[in-house]
Structure formats: structure tokens, C-alpha cells
Unconditional design. Structure first.
Length: 442
């Protein structure tokens, strides 16, 4: 069914709001359960319920169907959250489910739908006349990109906490179905590693659903194909992450049967940011601004920065690879630091040229300033992370500030790559009528 007057499947609104609510809830839950300073369970429960009600409020304020928008979004979010609810339903033995699952599952669905509906009713009452139509396909792309960035942060903490091999098997976890591994056993490094797997499943599901939505709603064939590429890439990334632990396909739970691969860890660590760049590109292609005529500079004026933007993309990927080698093999620091100068120079030049071409209000101008800020922050994070690494005491646990700095630096590389990808695609944005998105709402 399509939204009235748009010709666009109504599901885009529900998908964006439902998955967006789940991403917010997962992030809050991850932070609150992070060892060693986990918040009280009652406070975590209130925060998660608040996320559901907040997602419903947004649905009511921006959605087209009032409380029904919240109902649909809350129900979808609760279905997605079953991926993590299973950690409360796992029994004492592998693949055993506690009897209370008979009411936990339907109860969570009803609670999510009810809270989001109530929030949507409040949001609908506060809806002003100035609220216009929302590009829900673009919003869903943004949710998928945000989920990917969170997964990169979670993965960075796995590396920072040296928890990469805390769970010895894959796709199971200590013999349990991954989605039924008990929350009570997620302690220390196991928490970081297992949470990384769960977030990977969330990113994978979001990406596959987004790709399916593009097949149904998008008219541009090349965007549909790019969505399929993203779905294939996220599956490959998940398999690589598992094979990094086991070294091959096996259901064994014995550590002796595993052959962990540091080489696959490097490939996995590089493909993650590249995948994030792909999701950023899809978010740009499905945005309303992509099809708008905004007085962008002529093609001739952009010719000089197109090649520069591609060079920056390539340089950031190489730099991410050098960083991954450094983390996994403990060598290549000189190369990583030296090549950072190349990345810095390319980013500053590209940022300045885009800012000059785009002016104060243009998309290119804003993008140029963002690239300049991103590379500046990344260099500062790199210097502080280098200091943290040099101050480490051999054999001693890493300090919290040490792990935080190195994780932020690792994620900052992905953010810089995303900015570089935006520069590359936006300087090639077609302005001919036939290449503009046919559907901007949905």
C-alpha cells in the first residue's frame, strides 16, 4: 500500500522509525551494561522504555498516521529486539529456553507497541503545521549508516580491550545459539566480543531490509544494484569476522580446534570502514538534496576536485589498512604515522577547494568544512592515542582512557572515510533530469 499522493510504499516510514528506535535502544543498552560499571537494571529498563516512547513520539510528530505510525514502529522495533531479548531467555544449557519465554516474547511485543503508540499520540498532538513530508527512504539509509558506525565503535572496543578471541567458537557462542547466550555470562572480554556479534546481526538485518526496500521502492536501477552490493558486503563481512576466530567452518567449541587468523582480522578491520563508506554513499544517493537543483558549480569547476576526492578516499583506506596491521601485528607504526601526513595534506586541500566552490550555504561548502574538521580531529586523536600507547606498561591492563582514545581514533578513520566518500560522490552528482531520484518521500 502506498501513502496517499506519493506513490511510495508506506513501509518506508515504519522501517525507518522501527529500526531507528532499535538502534537507539541497543546503543543505550550497550553503554549501560558495559563492564565494570553497569547501571542498575531498573534504571536500564526505564531508559529502554523511554527510547520506545521517544521513538513513538517521533513517529507521531513526523509520521503520516498519528498513533498508528507509533504502533507499527514500536511493533517492528520489538521484533528486531528479539535478537537481543534471547539473552534473557537462554537456559542453563546450550539451546535451552527458559519457560518464561512463553510470556516474555508476546509481552515484549505488546509492551513495545503500546508504549510507542502512547508516545505517538503525544507526538501527534504536538505536531505543528510546519512539519512537512519526510524522505523516509533517506531516513532509513541514515539509520543503517548510524548502526554501522556504532558497530565500528563496538568493534574498536573489542580491539582496545583485547577481547577479540574471548568467545572461542562461531557461529555459536560456547555452544549456545548466538542469540540465546545468557546475559549473566557476558562478563569481561566476553561481553565486548559477544556484543560485537550481536551488533553485527543488527547491522546485517538493517542492511538487508534496506536493500529489499530499495528493490521495491527505488526507480534507479544503479541504486538498487548498489543496495544489493551492500547486502552482499555485510554478509561477507560477518563471515569474515567469524572465520577470523575459527580459521574455518566448524561447530566445534574446543579452543584447540580453532585456528584464529590475524590476516583475516586485518581484512575484517578494513572492510568494516569501507562498508560504512558504502552506506554513507547510499544515504547521499537517497537523500532529498541529491535530486535538488541547488545552484551547484558547473562541471568544469568541479573537474579539478573529482580526482582529488578519489585520491583522498584511496589514501584513507590505505591508512586504515596500516592501522589494522599495527593493531593486529604490532608493527608498521612509522608507516602509519608517515602516511598520516599524506592523508592530512589531501584532506586539507580538498576541504579548502570544496569550501571555496560551495560557498557559505552550499552542500559542497559545508562538506569541505566538515572534511577539514574531521581530519583535524582525527590527527589530534591520533597523537593522543600514540601517547597512550607509548605510556602503556607491559603486561598491565589498559586504562579506560587509553581504550577510549584508541577506539575513538579507530572510529575517526571511518568517519573521515565517510566524509571523503561524500566528497567523491557529491562532486559527481548528475544534474540531468533523467538521473534525479523519482521518489523523494518514502
Amino acid at each position: 500500500m502506498a501513502q496517499a499522493g506519493t506513490g511510495v510504499p508506506r513501509g518506508a516510514e515504519t522501517l525507518a522509525l522501527g529500526f531507528g528506535t532499535s538502534v537507539a535502544m541497543w546503543f543505550v543498552g550497550y553503554l549501560c551494561r558495559m563492564p565494570p560499571a553497569a547501571v542498575p537494571s531498573w534504571l536500564l529498563a526505564l531508559l529502554l522504555l523511554g527510547c520506545l516512547a521517544g521513538g513513538g513520539f517521533v513517529a507521531g510528530r513526523l509520521g503520516a498516521r498519528g498513533w498508528r505510525s507509533g504502533l507499527a514502529a514500536g511493533l517492528l522495533s520489538s521484533v528486531v529486539n528479539l535478537l537481543i531479548l534471547g539473552s534473557l531467555l537462554g537456559g542453563a544449557h546450550a539451546d535451552q529456553v527458559v519457560p518464561s519465554a512463553l510470556w516474555w516474547v508476546p509481552g515484549s511485543l505488546l509492551l513495545g507497541a503500546g508504549l510507542a503508540s502512547a508516545g505517538a499520540a503525544a507526538g501527534a498532538r504536538s505536531r505543528g503545521s510546519g512539519v512537512g513530508a519526510v524522505n523516509w527512504t533517506g531516513a532509513l539509509a541514515g539509520v543503517a549508516a548510524a548502526a554501522t558506525l556504532l558497530q565500528l565503535l563496538v568493534g574498536g572496543l573489542v580491539t582496545g580491550e583485547k577481547a577479540g578471541l574471548s568467545v572461542v567458537d562461531w557461529p555459536n557462542s560456547f555452544g549456545y545459539n548466538m542469540f540465546l547466550y545468557p546475559l549473566s555470562r557476558m562478563t569481561g572480554g566476553i561481553y565486548f566480543e559477544h556484543a560485537h556479534r550481536l551488533f553485527g546481526s543488527l547491522v546485517g538485518l538493517t542492511t538487508v531490509v534496506f536493500a529489499a526496500h530499495l528493490l521495491a521502492a527505488e526507480r534507479r536501477r544503479w541504486v538498487k544494484r548498489l543496495g544489493l552490493v551492500a547486502a552482499a558486503a555485510v554478509i561477507v563481512q560477518g563471515v569474515l569476522g567469524g572465520l577470523r576466530v575459527t580459521g574455518g567452518f566448524t561447530l566445534s567449541t574446543a579452543r584447540a580446534a580453532m585456528d584464529p587468523s590475524s590476516t583475516l582480522a586485518v581484512v575484517h578491520g578494513v572492510l568494516g570502514p569501507v562498508f560504512f563508506g558504502l552506506m554513507i554513499a547510499l544515504a547521499a544517493f537517497t537523500s532529498t538534496a541529491w535530486g535538488a537543483r541547488d545552484g551547484s558549480p558547473a562541471r568544469a569547476a568541479l573537474a579539478g576536485v573529482r580526482a582529488l576526492s578519489l585520491w583522498l578516499v584511496a589514501a584513507v583506506i590505505v591508512q586504515i589498512g596500516l592501522g589494522a596491521v599495527r593493531r593486529q601485528f604490532g608493527r608498521g607504526l612509522v608507516e602509519h604515522v608517515t602516511f598520516a601526513v599524506v592523508v592530512l595534506a589531501l584532506a586539507l586541500v580538498l576541504g579548502a577547494r570544496l569550501a571555496r566552490l560551495g560557498g557559505e550555504r552550499g552542500v559542497l561548502g559545508t562538506l569541505g568544512r566538515v572534511i577539514t574538521a574531521a581530519v583535524t580531529v582525527q590527527v589530534m586523536l591520533g597523537l593522543t592515542a600514540l601517547y597512550a600507547v607509548e605510556m602503556r606498561v607491559a603486561g598491565a591492563p589498559h586504562a579506560a582512557w587509553d581504550v577510549l582514545l584508541t577506539t575513538l581514533h579507530q572510529a575517526g578513520g571511518s568517519v573521515l572515510l565517510g566524509c571523503a566518500v561524500l566528497g567523491a560522490v557529491w562532486t559527481r552528482r548528475p544534474l540531468v533530469e533523467g538521473d534525479r531520484p523519482a521518489r523523494t518521500v518514502g
